[in-house]
Each structure stands twice: as structure tokens, then as C-alpha cells.
Design a protein around this ligand. Structure first.
Ligand code: C2E
Ligand code: CA
Ligand code: CA
Ligand code: CA
Length: 277
């Protein structure tokens, strides 16, 4: 980017300057909290709609605010991406996911896969593929127990870099899911160039399902996913009605508050032992 500091300074509106200061402060705090190992990876179950069993988990970052609450990922992930911190944080997420996969396996949950979200700066890191393989090796995880979730915007941003990295990881056995499907500016042609296993129907289309109104976009996306031979998963399922309708449409799996909210690993172990013994 061009730098004209003196010029820019003159045009700064006070409120922009203030929000920039706040954001820089947040980035600084995020960096130090991350260094102090304060970030947590929580898990939300993904349910197989036919059997009702837990088929997988999505790992979701949590940043404690120090007052008993959490700063939402929607606020800090963009800052982590902007600052580049997401490369190190994302690596930690991969390592933590693999560590948890091995704990799950030790407790008899060999079939559960764990999905993590990957941001574009991670793909721009030339060691990304190596880092994923290293994390799997370190914790003796079968490659198929790890899934990477990418959004359409990640693909559109750097198509070739993303496709090459995913192809290498897929060849290694790692599973790949396309996240928030239907919300991005996806070119359908990428769908066939990506080595996908799973397609996640964005929550907004699942929410559209209300009694007496058919949800044509959810229906179209599930049918597209099925025709491409992908496992389809409905995001943000909150009601029985939505679960029933997605099942009728031929959707394979569901994730949402109806089943469970994201929870810390210890709570997850409780949840699993109560649910599938
Ligand atoms: P996402 O990948 O689409 O994750 C699903 C989000 O939907 C999660 O929000 C989850 O808590 C929420 N959710 C699940 N079920 C329901 C439901 O039934 N109703 C509603 N209203 N929401 C539901 P969360 O945890 O706040 O994360 C937000 C976003 O932050 C994620 O969206 C993802 O894009 C990003 N994110 C979270 N963890 C990571 C991470 O480790 N790395 C990266 N790069 N991004 C992450
Ligand atoms: Ca996701
Ligand atoms: Ca999603
Ligand atoms: Ca299917």
C-alpha cells in the first residue's frame, strides 16, 4: 500500500482514529493473551441425521475477556487476520485439535473427526501443508480424523494457492469442507476444482425454514451437494422443524443449538458419555 502518513493524518476523522486505536489495543492484547496460552478451543457436535449419533466436532476459538465472558470470534478473527497473528493462532488451533483427537481416541471415540476453520493468511504461509502434517504426526492422528473448513471467500481470494494446498492435504488423507456455502460469491466452477468431502449449508438458509414455507435455497444447495457426491451438513439448526425438513431434503448431518452449543473439551467428554456411551 502507498504510504502518505502526513497526508492521511490530516484526513483522519476522530472517530476513525479512535476505533483504530481500540483495534490496535485489541491486537496487542490478543497477542499477549495468545502468548500466555489464554485462548481456548471449544467444540460443537455435528450430528448424523439418520442415526442421531455424533459424527464429528467443529473446533471454535474462544478468547476469555478476563471478566468471565468471551470476546466473540466475529470481533477478533478479523483482527487476527489483519495483523497476521492468525498464522500462529491457526497453527495452535491445528495442534490443539490434534491433541484433542488423540484424547478422544484414547477414550474410545475413534470415529469422531474434528474440523477446524482455516483463514487465508494460513494458506499464504508456504509451510502450511507441512504444519498440518506435523500436527497430525505429533499426536499420532490418522489424517482422516482432521477436517479443514474453508469458506468461498478464501477460495476466491487465492484460488491456485488454496487448491494446491488442499490437493496436497487431501492426498495425505485430510478431509475438506466448504463452509458457509451459498453466502460467498462463489463461482460454481471452483466447486469441481476443490477436493471437497463435505458441504456446509449456511445457517441463513437453514433459518429460512419455517412451517408452511419451503426453503428453496436450502433445497437447491443440498441437492447440489448430493449430486457432487459430497456429505451435506446443515449449520445453525435450532428447531426440530428445521432438522426434520433438512432430513427430508436428504441432508446428511446437522450442527446447531438444537443439539448442543460449542463447549469446552471437558464438557464435551461429559456430553459424549451421556449420549453415546
Ligand atoms: P463458523 O465457522 O460458521 O462457525 C459456526 C458459528 O455458528 C459458531 O460461531 C457457532 O457458535 C455458531 N452456531 C452454531 N450453531 C448455531 C445455532 O444453532 N444458531 C446460531 N445462531 N449460531 C450457531 P462462533 O463460535 O461465534 O464463531 C464465529 C466464526 O468465527 C466462525 O463461523 C468462524 O468463521 C470464526 N472462527 C471461529 N473459530 C475460528 C478459528 O479457529 N479459526 C478461524 N480462522 N476462524 C474461526
Ligand atoms: Ca466453520
Ligand atoms: Ca459456517
Ligand atoms: Ca448426501
Amino acid at each position: 500500500a502507498k504510504r502518505h502518513h502526513t497526508e492521511n493524518f490530516a484526513f483522519y476523522a476522530p472517530e476513525i482514529e479512535e476505533s483504530t486505536t481500540t483495534q490496535l489495543g485489541m491486537i496487542r492484547k490478543l497477542r499477549s493473551d495468545f502468548a500466555d496460552t489464554k485462548l481456548q478451543l471449544w467444540f460443537q457436535p455435528q450430528i448424523d441425521l439418520r442415526s442421531g449419533r455424533v459424527a464429528g466436532l467443529e473446533g471454535l476459538l474462544r478468547w476469555p475477556d478476563g471478566k468471565g465472558g468471551y470476546i466473540p470470534p466475529s470481533e477478533f478473527i478479523p483482527l487476527a487476520e489483519y495483523s497476521g497473528l492468525i498464522v500462529d493462532i491457526g497453527r495452535w488451533v491445528l495442534e490443539e485439535a490434534c491433541r484433542r483427537i488423540s484424547q478422544l481416541r484414547e477414550n474410545g471415540y475413534e470415529q469422531l473427526r474434528v474440523a477446524v476453520n482455516i483463514s487465508i493468511p494460513q494458506f499464504r504461509d508456504r509451510y502450511f501443508v507441512e504444519k498440518v502434517k506435523t500436527a497430525l504426526d505429533r499426536y499420532n492422528c490418522p489424517s482422516g480424523s482432521l477436517e479443514l473448513e474453508i469458506t468461498e471467500s478464501v477460495v476466491m481470494d487465492e484460488p491456485q494457492i488454496v487448491i494446491d494446498a488442499l490437493a496436497a492435504l487431501k492426498a495425505h488423507g485430510v478431509a475438506i469442507a466448504i463452509d458457509d456455502f451459498g453466502t460467498g460469491f462463489s463461482s460454481m466452477s471452483y466447486l469441481q476444482r476443490l477436493p471437497l468431502d463435505r458441504l456446509k449449508v449456511d445457517r441463513s438458509f437453514v433459518n429460512d425454514i419455517v412451517p408452511g414455507k419451503n426453503a428453496v435455497i436450502a433445497e437447491t444447495i443440498v441437492s447440489l451437494g448430493n449430486k457432487l457426491g459430497l456429505v451435506t451438513i446443515a449449520e445453525g439448526v435450532e428447531t426440530q422443524e428445521q432438522a426434520r425438513y433438512m432430513t427430508e431434503l436428504g441432508c446428511d448431518e446437522a450442527q446447531g443449538y438444537l443439539y448442543a452449543r460449542p463447549m469446552p473439551f471437558d464438557d464435551l467428554m461429559q456430553f459424549l458419555s451421556g449420549r453415546q456411551g
